[in-house]
Design a protein around this ligand. Structure first.
Ligand SMILES: Cc1cc2nc3c(=O)[nH]c(=O)nc-3n(C[C@H](O)[C@H](O)[C@H](O)COP(=O)(O)OP(=O)(O)OC[C@H]3O[C@@H](n4cnc5c(N)ncnc54)[C@H](O)[C@@H]3O)c2cc1C
Length: 365
């Protein structure tokens, strides 16, 4: 039986473990932290899945495959931790992010709907509609309940005989021999996949030179009573118009509303900057002023800081070296592709990694 070692128990490592297990490989996952790992980029109540992309048509073009891959995974784990509420984006200026995403959805013949400003008070009453040109809505997309997906995957992998080794930092990788050094000694397999997220730069000079960790903060909040009913049926959002990069997830599955603010995301150090400050919360809430009605009546519940690995052009990266694959399908938008990326990584192990690298990012490696 072929053997594989996987470094990293985030969504990409675990989905790769699943895909290889389904192909008859004997798999071991080595994780620096506990499993599940609450510090991983993949751990939160939810992650957004959406077909809206602007300037990245390659990723939009893979969304149908991404949804199909999640369906296969949900069948395996015998659960469907996904709330398909749909997704909206607002356009405030000609040529803004939403306008570009609209053109890309149209040219790819992907399902979408335009809501004119006069209909917004009825369909999205919690949104400040002044200055909005239109809302771009897709019926597909919504919230992947990421922590429940990770837990379901861990249960499935355990039941299928995958060896999971938590609390075991990998200190060194010999890519040619697929051997790793860990606190518990060395380990080796036929093939090695390193899907270590923000841990990649410490293990590989290419990632140290070409990628960086970014600190992203989100605020969980309860909406005012007057808007609760509207929020209970609302889609997620990926852009509130203009240059603000405001995204978020409505209350789903008994969870509070989640408010994200892309402009508050900055390069950061995952080892020292996990604490949140009152300033994080205030900055994010203030960014929604003039975007959400009656903003001062929202009650912040908790603020969370986490980190992801940014690669050039916000791309996904797959690099083959000897008997090792280095994988970062992240750049802040990787969870939605996790199930598909696992299948891709398994293809790369058994086939030509360069073809798969091109499939992942749209660019040759
Ligand atoms: C706040 C925030 C919001 C986001 N929102 C979205 C969203 O809405 N939609 C979306 O699609 N994506 C989103 N993303 C991005 C998405 O979460 C990531 O792309 C994805 O989770 C990356 O998964 P991963 O498995 O590559 O990395 P991770 O989940 O970080 O897993 C890597 C694992 O490797 C382990 N590791 C590191 N170094 C070592 C070592 N030396 N030895 C052993 N183990 C090691 C780590 O401990 C970690 O558990 C968001 C990210 C953040 C931070």
């Amino acid at each position: 039986m072929n053997t594989a070692l996987i470094v990293g128990g985030g969504i990409n490592g675990l989905c790769t473990a699943r895909a290889l297990t389904l192909r008859g490989w004997q798999v071991t996952v080595v994780e620096r932290e506990p499993l599940p790992n609450p510090l991983s980029a993949s751990w939160d109540h939810h992650r957004l899945i959406r077909s809206h992309y602007a300037g990245q048509p390659h990723y939009a073009g893979r969304m149908a495959q991404a949804y199909a891959a999640w369906d296969r995974l949900f069948t395996d784990i015998d659960a469907r931790p996904y709330v398909a509420r749909g997704v909206f984006a607002l356009s405030r200026n000609a040529g803004d992010w939403t306008d570009i995403a609209r053109a890309e959805l149209a040219s790819a013949n992907m399902q979408h709907q335009i809501i004119p400003p006069e209909d917004l008070p009825k369909t999205l009453p919690m949104v400040e509609s002044e200055g909005v040109r239109y809302a771009l809505v897709t019926q597909d997309g919504g919230a992947l309940l990421s922590d429940r997906i990770v837990e379901g995957l861990l249960r499935w992998l355990t039941a299928r005989g995958v060896t999971l080794i938590p609390d075991c930092p990998v200190t060194q990788v010999d890519a040619d021999t697929a051997m790793i050094q860990t606190a518990r000694g060395s380990m080796q397999a036929d093939r090695l996949i390193v899907a270590a997220g923000v841990g990649l730069p410490a293990l590989n000079p290419w990632f140290a030179q070409n990628t960086h960790a970014r600190r992203a903060t989100v605020v969980y909040a309860d909406p005012p009573a007057a808007y609760c009913a509207a929020w209970q049926n609302a889609p997620a959002w990926v852009d509130m118009g203009g240059q603000d990069d405001l995204w978020g997830i409505p209350p789903v599955a008994g969870l509070p509303l989640k408010l994200g603010y892309g402009l508050h995301t900055q390069p950061g150090d995952p080892e020292t900057q996990r604490d949140v400050t009152p300033d994080d919360t205030a900055t994010i809430l203030n960014a929604y002023r003039g975007r959400l009605r009656d903003l001062d009546q929202y009650t912040p519940i908790k603020t969370v800081a986490n980190f992801y690995l940014m690669a050039p052009s916000q791309d996904f990266v797959l690099r083959g070296q000897g008997r090792t694959l280095w994988l970062s399908a992240d750049s802040g938008h990787g969870f939605k592709f996790g199930a598909l990326t696992g299948e891709d990584a398994a293809d790369a192990i058994t086939g030509d990694w360069r073809i798969v690298a091109t499939r992942l990012s749209g660019n040759p490696p």
